[in-house]
Design a protein around this ligand. Structure first.
Ligand SMILES: NC(=O)c1ccc[n+]([C@@H]2O[C@H](COP(=O)([O-])OP(=O)(O)OC[C@H]3O[C@@H](n4cnc5c(N)ncnc54)[C@H](OP(=O)(O)O)[C@@H]3O)[C@@H](O)[C@H]2O)c1
Length: 237
């Protein structure tokens, strides 16, 4: 069971993978700070467990992110981990993707991560501890059609973390990229989810893996730096 102290900040907590991670870690006894923009969903989550503290936060907004980190520290004293699940996808050929869609994908997949990292790092450096788990995608590692922009930003985010890992490993901060394959969440159009759900991961599978990675990454001697989690039947055709 659970934890000594501090809170685990889970971004993208209102849906899909983030929501499943909130359930799982709260069940394990971790103190969880769950953030997203959809406040009614956060309120529902907070009602489920005394271990869940919900805070609205648009992770693409610098002031909102800084304010959330401040409140978390004020309430819990230390930031035990950041589990970053914010993200958005547009699955389209590059030629049909608008600049507005590119900018939105950048904000959701790269800018939000950058801001959350800047918000938690000073406290983690002071503490000489902290785990950062980034929900990356197999699209960061492999080229899929209709995923050029999404895959490029996922790769950028994962690589930003690889470089940061080298900056902070001697400070006792553990950084993990979890590259996840197709998972049945609202990121996918309902028709695609209906068609392929039999061969997709479930959000609970990813949450269980996050929980195991958090346990491992908190050990002082080892670091599970990168893990690929694919459905048994492989990527969707
Ligand atoms: N599903 C897959 O097959 C799959 C595979 C590999 C990787 N991933 C990655 O896993 C992560 C979670 O995706 P998911 O599948 O769970 O999708 P999802 O169900 O659509 O969840 C996305 C989450 O991100 C939050 N979000 C989006 N923009 C935000 C913003 N500006 N500020 C704060 N929160 C924001 C959403 O909350 P609000 O809208 O309430 O803010 C929501 O909680 C993403 O990074 C995705 O790229 C997913």
């Amino acid at each position: 069971m659970g934890v000594s102290g501090g809170a685990v900040w889970i971004t993208g907590a209102s849906s899909g993978i983030g929501k499943a991670v909130v359930h799982r870690l709260a069940h394990e006894g971790y103190s969880v700070v769950a953030t997203a923009r959809r406040t009614h969903r956060l309120r529902q989550l907070a009602r489920l467990s005394e271990h869940i503290y919900a805070l609205p936060c648009d992770c693409t907004d610098p002031d909102a992110v800084a304010g959330t980190a401040e409140e978390l520290l004020h309430r819990f004293g230390t930031i035990r981990a950041l589990i970053h699940c914010v993200g958005a996808a547009v699955f389209k050929p590059l030629g049909q993707t608008s600049l507005e869609e590119v900018e939105n994908l950048f904000r959701a997949n790269v800018q939000a991560l950058f801001l959350c990292l800047q918000a938690v790092l000073p406290a983690m450096v002071r503490q000489s501890s902290g785990v950062i788990i980034h929900i990356s995608s197999v699209a960061a590692l492999k080229a899929f059609p209709s995923s050029s922009v999404y895959g490029a930003f996922k790769a950028a985010a994962a690589h930003m973390l690889r470089a940061l890992r080298e900056e902070v490993r001697s400070a006792g901060i553990a950084i993990v990229n979890l590259h996840v394959g197709a998972t049945a969440t609202p990121l996918w159009q309902p028709s695609l989810r209906r068609r392929w759900s039999y061969r997709m991961l479930q959000p609970e599978d990813v949450a269980e893996t996050v929980c195991a990675l958090l346990r491992l990454a908190e050990r002082p001697r080892l670091l599970p730096e990168e893990l690929v989690l694919r459905p048994q039947l492989g990527d969707l055709p």
